[in-house]
Write a protein that binds this ligand. Structure first.
Ligand SMILES: [Zn+2]
Length: 239
């Protein structure tokens, strides 16, 4: 499959640079990712979820105590366990391939060659540089080759990849590649419009800016087709 369009965001101030020239702070502040695949350790799933929860609970308690919090307080006591469970079972559950949604396709000759758009899919993710939320809307489209996908499956694909530590550009490409594979076509479009709490609640503290990233494959590289998609989604989302 052709590797098109989105170049991972290695442009900084208009100049192409290699990541090795950047400091760790610059990589985080500019939200630069290093590749399309989520960087994982080779034995990432040797440990069971239960073991991971126990280990994270232990270390999160250490973090809280290091900050001086008194874990004997009734309100704080259960926090390390709550955080650990939330990481593994909810907000980072998309790291585990076992949680990948199963995709069933339907034959639908009537929709052959038509653009199918699923817009305003709400998602919640987390920035891999700061571990604070990224949230917004994903808009997906594909041109049917005679097969269609259940609409809830598109939501599930978005959610699966959102539930990882992420960079918006990578999230965009991972969703697009998954759609291309599931649907057996290059003709997919993904546009994500999101807010990053690491930009609005810390760092430069910009409350109003949003980040838009997109991927256009196959027929969507054609300007007319792309404009049709953009007209459908009418990018004035409120969230
Ligand atoms: Zn961030």
């Amino acid at each position: 499959m052709k590797n098109n369009l989105i170049e991972i965001n290695t442009l900084l101030n208009g100049n192409r640079i290699s990541l090795s020239e950047l400091t760790i702070e610059e990589i985080g502040d500019e939200h630069i990712s290093t590749g399309i695949e989520t960087p994982m350790m080779p034995h990432a799933f040797d440990m069971s979820d239960e073991e991971k929860i126990r280990k994270i609970e232990f270390h999160f308690k250490e973090i809280m105590e290091t900050m001086g919090l008194d874990l004997s307080d009734d309100s704080l006591k259960g926090t390390p366990n709550r955080v650990a469970k939330m990481y593994i079972q909810e907000i980072f559950s998309g790291l585990n391939p076992a949680n990948k949604p199963k995709i069933a396709l339907f034959e639908n000759k009537y929709q052959y060659n038509q653009m199918l758009v699923e817009k305003d899919i709400t998602f919640y993710s987390n920035c891999e540089h700061h571990f604070v939320p990224i949230f917004g809307k994903a808009h997906l489209a594909y041109i049917s080759s005679g097969k269609v996908i259940g609409l809830s499956k598109l939501n599930r694909i978005v959610n699966y990849y959102a539930k990882r530590p992420q960079v918006q550009e990578r999230l965009t490409i991972q969703i697009a590649k998954e759609m291309q594979e599931a649907l057996g076509t290059e003709d997919v479009a993904v546009l994500i419009d999101a807010k990053h709490l690491c930009v609005s609640s810390r760092g430069i503290k910009d409350n109003s800016s949003a980040t838009v990233s997109s991927y256009y494959g196959g027929k969507f590289e054609n300007e007319q087709v792309r404009n049709e998609f953009l007209k459908y989604i009418d990018l004035k989302t409120n969230y």
